[in-house]
Design a protein around this ligand. Structure first.
Ligand SMILES: CC(C)(COP(=O)(O)OP(=O)(O)OC[C@H]1O[C@@H](n2cnc3c(N)ncnc32)[C@H](O)[C@@H]1OP(=O)(O)O)[C@@H](O)C(=O)NCCC(=O)NCCS
Length: 185
């Protein structure tokens, strides 16, 4: 398959695509890095990673979006995921579609998360016509919150994450959001 047809959309340096079974091993490697997973309650097992990939493929088929698999275009290397996913846990702001990211350490601090997230917002608002996106992070994940600010999201509220209630380090979270002002009301 030619690179031009492999991607759903591209940013300047990145290609965004649905997942395939050959990504499971690459995502497992990313998920096994303790520093990458510093702000998550646990390191996913290989089977949890595999289930995640299946869930993303199904969500993409049903809704037209998921946390997209992302490749760096020049070297054609998988760098991680950036994309959109439904959040349905019980909270004041749910259900919502969130924008999220997880990138291999060797690719950090090159502006990829910022570039990719901006492109995903464009895709969500212009192609998918979504009304609003949110983004959620534990307050201690300041690096992730910095991305939210850089891509134009605004702080909406602080909350205790219902799935992290027993984790005193991670349970205090923030929601940032951005609305689609190109939609006519
Ligand atoms: C968060 C993450 C996606 C950022 O990816 P990235 O491609 O390195 O991000 P960018 O290069 O676009 O931007 C990084 C920014 O964070 C800043 N930064 C780095 N460490 C920081 C810190 N401890 N606190 C605040 N900002 C920080 C950098 O200076 C840079 O900002 P700048 O470009 O304005 O100088 C990446 O670190 C990652 O995958 N982390 C682990 C997974 C994760 O935590 N996901 C979010 C879960 S809520």
């Amino acid at each position: 398959m030619k690179n031009s047809s492999k991607y759903l959309f591209k940013s300047e340096r990145l290609g965004f695509r649905n997942w395939n079974s050959s990504d499971i091993e690459k995502l497992h490697e990313l998920n096994s890095d303790k520093e990458v997973m510093e702000f998550f309650p646990s390191i996913p097992s290989k089977s949890q990673t595999s289930e995640f990939v299946v869930r993303m493929i199904k969500q993409f088929e049903a809704k037209g979006f998921c946390y997209f698999a992302v490749d760096e275009l020049v070297e054609n290397k998988f760098i991680g995921f950036i994309g959109l996913s439904e959040q349905t846990y019980e909270a004041e702001f749910t259900p919502c579609i969130d924008i999220g990211w997880r990138i291999k350490k060797e690719f950090w601090n090159k502006g990829y998360a910022t570039e990719g997230a901006k492109k995903c917002i464009e895709y969500a608002f212009n192609q998918l016509k979504l009304e609003k996106l949110c983004s959620i992070a534990p307050i201690i994940n300041q690096k992730s919150i910095a991305i939210m600010t850089k891509i134009g999201m605004k702080m909406q509220l602080e909350f205790e994450h219902p799935l992290l209630k027993n984790d005193s380090r991670l349970k205090s979270c923030v929601v940032y959001s951005i609305e689609n002002d190109t939609l006519t009301t």
